[in-house]
Design a binder for this molecule. Structure first.
Ligand code: PLP
Length: 300
């Protein structure tokens, strides 16, 4: 998780806002930006490793899909956007970190309906370094999770910036001494984490995660893991699981642009042996190999 900077922006960072590279401390948006006023915006988070964007084309595919779903145009051609993303990483000299992209519908007089004449979409990019050890320890030792009712809206497949229910769940997790919250739907089945996809290795030894639908975000890391697991012939089932099934699971883990992290405890009970398991370790290896291979091929 990012460290807050208590109102004082870090020196030397460069953001990109609506066509211009600007010092992070002076970067801002208009008060009537619909992203700010109404959450009328979508976002992406890219991992940066060794100065390269991870799973870049998958993130851009999902971005274009989210935009289509809420009828916002990509503010520039995809190839131009890719150049800007890389240039921002370069200008900030980020080797390992996270790049955040937000596209809002743009500035318009405040009114709920989508404006008849589309405003120019707003584009914000920021990138920050993550100290190499920050996620490494969690990927090695694992994290703990709590379960919570999934109070989010019905189109969770769109990567919208309306993250209030997600941040409330994450806060509840942190206050309970856990790292992540797994959200449980009205049927008593786990949807996903507040900012991660949820996985178990079930009692039969299958890698198990919820199938794609409007109930979950189509995680890029999830997709890469599924492809890599199929290639490695690991048994995979896309079937939802309940908190009860977590108790009989052999292993559990979460996936996101910050990597694959073993889950050692859910709601205070150990998962399996209460430590990162062999299947999770294998998935970590497969994911690292697959996405590093792709980054090398796309030459980011
Ligand atoms: N689920 C939710 C709700 C998320 O917010 C995220 C990432 O932010 C994920 C899953 C994981 O997606 P990805 O692997 O594309 O980072």
């Amino acid at each position: 998780m990012s460290k807050g900077w208590n109102g004082r922006p870090p020196a030397g960072r460069i953001a990109y806002v609506d066509g211009r590279y600007v010092p992070h401390g002076r970067a801002g948006v208009h008060v009537e930006d619909r992203g700010l006023q109404l959450g009328d915006a979508v976002y992406e988070v890219f991992g940066v490793s060794g100065g390269q964007l991870m799973d870049e084309s998958e993130h851009l595919d999902r971005l274009e899909r989210s935009l289509r779903e809420i009828e916002i145009a990509l503010p520039m051609r995809r190839a131009a956007l890719q150049l800007v993303l890389r240039e921002l990483v370069r200008r900030n000299a980020v080797k390992d970190g996270l790049l955040y992209l937000q596209i809002s519908r743009g500035v318009a007089r405040r009114d709920h309906p989508i404006p008849k004449v589309a405003p120019r979409p707003g584009l914000i990019l920021t990138v920050r370094s993550v100290p190499p050890g920050e996620f490494e320890k969690r990927r090695r030792d694992g994290v703990t999770v709590i379960t919570r009712l999934d109070e989010r809206w019905g189109r969770r497949d769109i990567k919208t910036v309306q993250l209030l229910p997600n941040l409330l769940a994450k806060t509840a997790a942190r206050r309970a001494g856990a790292y992540e919250a797994w959200l449980v739907d009205q049927e008593g089945l786990v949807t996903e984490g507040s900012s991660t996809n949820a996985w178990i290795v079930d009692g039969q030894g299958n890698l198990r995660t919820r199938p794609l639908s409007t109930a979950i975000l189509p995680g890029v890391t999830r997709r890469v893991i599924l492809e890599a697991a199929a290639e490695a012939q690991l048994p995979v089932v896309e079937v939802p699981f309940s908190p009860g099934e977590i108790r009989t699971a052999r292993e559990a883990f979460i996936s996101s642009a910050t990597g694959v992290m073993p889950v050692t405890q859910v709601d205070g009970r150990p998962v399996g042996e209460g430590k990162p398991g062999p299947v999770t370790r294998r998935v970590q290896e497969l994911y690292a190999l697959t996405s590093a291979g792709r980054a090398a091929k796309s030459g980011t």
